[in-house]
Write a protein of this length. Structure first.
Length: 289
């Protein structure tokens, strides 16, 4: 079910299936900032990645000598969330572990997604509560897709990504199976990465750099922009499909795909978050238009 929130500046729609943002517009302008999930290219808008980010080797992992199967980015994006709070400019959704989730992920949890509007910005918050009697291991991440270009008469090549005071960063490369297999230092000239489809021929650009806290999507020919803030997220993914897909994803992550040479032991997995019984993890990112 779709729910709408609005203030005097912007309005947003969120679908309770996956609790994903599927529309963001200014109140006085009909410009849609969020990708509208065309199955020809990609049939999602802004899925949450939980309890893993990226792909597991062989789509499986081992925990306490038992093998579990889980597909890329986990299962939360394909679950119906319960509506916990509904206000004019605020929504809260909740997902709990159940028998089905425990078959592929042996931890009891509560997962909350919160959406709050402040002027021209939507703040998206995640909260994870460990309801197990043992420590819980997980990753979590965002995957918002934005229209690229934002308007029909624009060219994709007129867009660029703008960082804040980043001259060089370590880029991780994914192989054909979606696993990390190498990294290289990438120079970022004048804080900018020019955009074109060729940039994504080798899958996503993945960065592991806490100095990257904000990223702007801008057009060199007009004033259109999207600003994504994500302080304290250790990883960032930037992704589109090099097949003419008219969207770009800016993805703050707490977690990353398996490496090629992984043991597949979940407790050894890189960049997992650990929660003790009843402990709570919280984070947020925001999108300004």
């Amino acid at each position: 079910m779709n729910y709408e929130i609005k203030n005097e500046f912007i309005k947003a729609k969120i679908d309770s299936f996956g609790a994903q943002l599927n529309s963001l517009k200014k109140v006085d302008k009909n410009l849609e900032y969020i990708w509208q999930a065309d199955a020809k290219y990609w049939n999602r808008n802004s899925p949450i990645l939980f309890p893993i980010v990226g792909r597991l080797k062989d789509d499986s992992y081992i925990y306490k000598n038992q093998k579990y199967d889980m597909t890329q980015h986990g299962f939360a994006r394909d679950k119906e969330f319960a509506l916990a709070k509904n206000e004019v400019d605020f929504l809260e959704f909740k997902l709990c572990s159940d028998e089905k989730s425990l078959e592929i992920y042996p931890f009891s949890f509560e997962l909350f997604l919160l959406y709050k509007l402040e002027k021209n910005t939507i703040i998206i918050s995640y909260k994870v509560v460990n309801k197990s009697n043992e420590k819980m291991l997980f990753s979590i991440g965002a995957h918002p897709a934005f229209n690229w270009p934002l308007e029909e008469n624009e060219k994709k090549e007129d867009y660029f990504l703008e960082f804040e005071d980043i001259k060089e960063s370590k880029r991780y490369f994914l192989n054909d199976l979606g696993l990390v297999y190498k990294n290289e230092n990438l120079k970022i000239i004048d804080n900018k990465i020019p955009l074109n489809e060729e940039l994504f021929k080798n899958d996503a650009l993945v960065f592991n750099d806490l100095n990257i806290k904000t990223l702007n999507l801008k057009n060199s020919k007009n004033e259109n922009f999207i600003k994504v803030d994500f302080d304290n997220f250790p990883y960032l993914g930037i992704w589109s499909k090099p097949s003419g897909a008219p969207f770009i994803c800016i993805e703050p992550w707490f977690g990353v795909a398996d490496e090629e040479n992984t043991t597949q032991n979940f407790e050894d997995k890189k960049a997992l978050i650990t929660l003790e019984k009843d402990e709570i993890f919280s984070c947020f990112y925001s999108v300004e238009v």
